[in-house]
Structures are given as structure tokens and as C-alpha cells.
Design a protein around this ligand. Sequence first.
Ligand SMILES: [Fe+2]
Length: 245
Amino acid sequence: MFNIFKKPTPDIDFSSLEVDIHSHLIPGIDDGAPDLEIALGLVRKMADMGYKKLITTPHVYQEYYPNEPDTILPGLEALKAAVAAENIPIELHAAAEYFMDEHFEELLEKKALLTLKDNYVLVEMSFFGAPPDLENYLFQMQIKGYKPILAHPERYLYYKGNIEKYQRIKELGCLLQLNILSLTGYYDRAVQQNARELIKEGLIDLLGTDLHHDIHADKLALALKDRKIAKLLEEYEFRNKELFA
Ligand SMILES: [Fe+2]
């Protein structure tokens, strides 16, 4: 039965963020969009959800996804052409999501990292444990003129309940990018709790979609109907637009 006391869902989208800095939309080079048509559909959904600019970030993880500019950039050009042909109103760029390992260290040494904008670089680490050299990686990046952003800190559950670890990473000059879907409980309950804790502590700088496929896109659209998430988008000062528009 229709509930007349139910408040209307707030009319909100992701346009306040304007820019997404974490997704896997380059066709066929990682565990994201497998082909151009699917990638195009995902870009359309992002535009429909209010994004104006996407800086997509294929995995660079030598063991599984040995990407480099030569695999990423031609895919970007193909996707941009398809987006233009379909008149989808969104700006497209590409960088990468670097897994911090020895290969990453070599790229860093050569100053060969793809940057989001203004030398910002998106990095990730294992879900099973941080690299022993984490602090050194973050330090060396900045020595080389890069500005690190750690992807989905809430998903590294070995840090859960240890807020000092996150504070330390921030003190070392690294920004933190939370996945929107972590707030919905999409990954799991512990990740959701950790995400809420990091937000409560004011440690999160950026929101990202980490969009890989249609299920993610559909869950993101649903997240906009969640009152807590809508309120967060209105009240918390995420830096997506400030740093990347
Ligand atoms: Fe990712």
C-alpha cells in the first residue's frame, strides 16, 4: 500500500563531485569493461548520474594486468571517439591504478607514472597486507614530485580499528579515496563500518566509483536513493571538484 507518510527521495546525483578519478573503463585491458560497447554503456550511465569528467584508471599490476601507456592510451582514444560519436556530454581522460610492488618501484624510479592531474597518482595495495615498503613508496613518490592518493583505504581491513595507521598515511602526504559502494555495504559489512569510521574521523579526501561493470553502475544509482549517502554528498567537503575539475 502507498505510504503517504514516506518522505520523497531527495533529488540528488553525483554532480556535486563533478569528477570521478577511479574506474576501469578502457576496453579489454583489466577486470573492467571487456569491450568498447560495454565501456560506452558505462560511460553513459556515469553521465546520467551527473558526472562531468572521468579520469579512468586501469590496473597496472604486473602479475595480472601488465598495462602501460601503450595499452591504455589507444583504448582511451577509441573510447573518446565512441563517446563523441554518441554525443555523451562527458570529458574523458586516463591514468592508472598502480599496485605498489617492485614493478611500481621501477616505474617510479624512471618517473614513468601516469598521473590523474597535477602529478596526482592513484595507488593501491594488497587486501591481505600492506607492502613492507609502504612508507618508503609514499616518501619516494613525493621526492619525485608525485602526489599519492590511496585507493579504497576502507577495504584494507587489516587497518580496521587502527585509525592511527590511516592518520600516519595522511601525515606522510597521501590523500585517501573512499569507494562510494563501500558505504552501501556492497563489499561487506566490515568494509562499510570501516568506511563510516573514516568519514566520521574526517580522513577521506575523495570519493570514487571504482566502476568495473554494470552491477557497480546500478548499485551506484541505488546509492543515490540512500538518505545517509545523499546527506553526506551534501554536507561533507569532498575534494573531487576542487582538485580535478
Ligand atoms: Fe580500482
